[in-house]
Design a protein around this ligand. Structure first.
Ligand code: FPP
Length: 250
């Protein structure tokens, strides 16, 4: 009998935080002679499948790069359609997230979102504030460089830390992700090998997994494959392999 791939996942070595660059919606649509917006609409199915899949696998944090600070420069029709899809997702899924104990969180320059989207986003975050099983973070109007600049501005303007007291730990407290664990695994779909201004600070020691699968085709089994690949890796954080293995037996 063919064993389910999922049964090979070691629950003791799950990544605490998986972040995903959802890419390839446009190419998926083009292949099917559809418009780009149909690709984004299809991508929503993958969002639902991956959130459910992550929860079922026992992952505690998942972050999806849904709209970058640079995406505002796309054609107006596409930006509007993406905002509308996001609004609909939040309206439709709000109750389901809460029923499934999924807390919604968001990072990015959220004040730049259209007012109606911002409102439903805030309401959904409030509605799911008590949820604990999985935290779903949407990166919206998000840019890694923007995040770092925003952190520097906050530090400079509130004057609470003198420059010689700034270190990696207290600097992280000024990032949008201050309440999230470091990402263990970053998945990028559609085969592109770049970071696209995503979590530039946070990805320092994250394991990267790139798959050729286009985002609208991505399902739980693809997430499982990424996790199995992650579980085979040796994370060294700048140490030697011998040091890491010695540490693991202690
Ligand atoms: C990248 O594909 C994808 C985006 C810019 C948007 C992703 C958005 C969704 C999946 C829908 C909304 C999400 C949520 C969480 C409600 P691309 O358009 O750059 O594809 P291409 O590189 O093939 O053109």
């Amino acid at each position: 009998m063919k064993e389910k791939l999922e049964s090979y996942v070691d629950p003791k070595k799950l990544p605490a935080h998986v972040v995903i660059i959802m890419d390839g919606n446009g190419r998926w649509a083009k292949k099917k002679n559809l418009d780009r917006i149909s690709g984004h609409r299809e991508g929503m199915k993958s969002v639902r499948a991956v959130v459910k899949g992550a929860k079922d696998l026992g992952i505690k944090h998942i972050t999806l790069y849904a709209f970058s600070a640079q995406n505002w420069s796309r054609p107006k029709g596409e930006v509007n359609a993406l905002m509308e899809l996001l609004r609909q997702y939040l309206l439709k899924e709000g109750d389901k997230l809460s029923e499934n104990d999924v807390r919604l969180n968001a990072i990015g320059r959220l004040h730049e979102l259209p007012e109606d989207v911002h409102k439903v986003l805030t309401q959904t975050m409030e509605k799911t504030r008590h949820c604990r099983d999985l935290t779903l973070t949407l990166a919206l109007s998000y840019g890694g460089r923007e995040e770092i600049v925003d952190a520097v501005k906050k530090i400079a303007s509130n004057g609470k830390i003198s420059p010689n007291k700034i270190n990696q730990s207290n600097f992280s407290d000024y990032l949008y992700t201050k309440d999230l664990p470091e990402p263990d695994l970053m998945i990028r779909t559609s085969g592109e090998m770049r970071l696209s201004n995503f979590m530039l600070w946070q990805l320092a020691y994250t394991e990267i997994y790139v798959t050729k699968t286009l985002w609208p085709n991505f399902r739980k089994r693809h997430l499982v494959k990424a996790i199995l690949n992650y579980q085979k890796r040796e994370r060294r954080f700048g140490l030697t392999g011998e040091q890491v293995r010695a540490r693991d037996v202690i």
